[in-house]
Design a binder for this molecule. Structure first.
Ligand SMILES: *Cc1c(COP(=O)(O)O)cnc(C)c1O
Length: 218
């Protein structure tokens, strides 16, 4: 697979669903990838990336932005409250708003800065105990709280349980977003982005299908 193949599959899936081709954004997930693979995707002209770790992103993107010009980088991994300040300075969007303490911290920081990244609330659609995200039953109250804090929540994000069909989770997330008047849907990864697009994804997060398998140092 390559960036061009994945882009073509996204266009095909978008058209197959009768949607506007420009309605789906491809986030190239570059976490723990060797720098030369990231550079080659930048050289190919792609300008939207996803990262999971604040420290890794902070060590990589200031230099890449200086060399390649404006690049949007989205935070898609769990965000510790004590890294929120660095995160709002570094990222154009945060997909993992998942608890009141983080929402409050982001609200304070954006008041101080006079600007805030685009925000997505992560929903734990499978109610998995080990997984981050607001539980489906708690979502509406959490969004009400975010609105009370003046946070610019654009949409919802989910990571369906491994080994399960993702499609029902995508459909559930789309329904929750529609019910709350939110237009953004961050869902779909290398193995299931076409199903996510069929269910209405606006942001698909694709890593290994573009860059190759990740090798984690141990
Ligand atoms: C790593 C990661 C991805 C990309 O996963 P692939 O299977 O490599 O496409 C997408 N979303 C999140 C939240 C991730 O952590």
């Amino acid at each position: 697979m390559s960036l061009a193949d994945i882009s073509a599959r996204i266009v095909a899936a978008t058209q197959a669903s009768g949607r506007d081709v420009n309605s789906v954004h491809l986030i190239a997930v570059s976490k723990v990838q060797p720098l030369e693979r990231v550079e080659s995707v930048l050289t190919a002209g792609h300008r939207l990336f996803g990262e999971n770790y604040v420290q890794e992103a902070a060590g990589k993107w200031p230099d890449l932005r200086a060399r390649f010009g404006a690049v949007s980088v989205h935070m898609i991994g769990p965000l510790q409250t004590n890294k929120a300040k660095v995160a709002v300075e570094l990222f154009d969007a945060i997909h993992t708003v998942d608890r009141p303490s983080l929402a409050e911290k982001l609200a304070r920081l954006s008041q101080d800065r006079g600007q805030c990244p685009e925000l997505f609330v992560q929903v734990n659609t499978g109610a998995e105990p080990q997984k981050a995200g607001v539980l489906p039953d708690d979502l509406d109250a959490f969004l009400t709280m975010c609105r009370g804090l003046d946070l610019p929540v654009q949409g919802l994000m989910c990571i369906p349980p491994e080994g399960e069909d993702s499609a029902p989770h995508f459909v559930m997330l789309a329904a929750m977003a529609a019910r709350n008047g939110l237009s953004g849907l961050s869902m779909g990864m290398s193995g299931d982005f076409e199903a996510a697009i069929a269910a209405g994804a606006t942001h698909v997060r694709v890593g290994s299908a573009i860059f190759g398998a990740r090798t984690y140092a141990n």
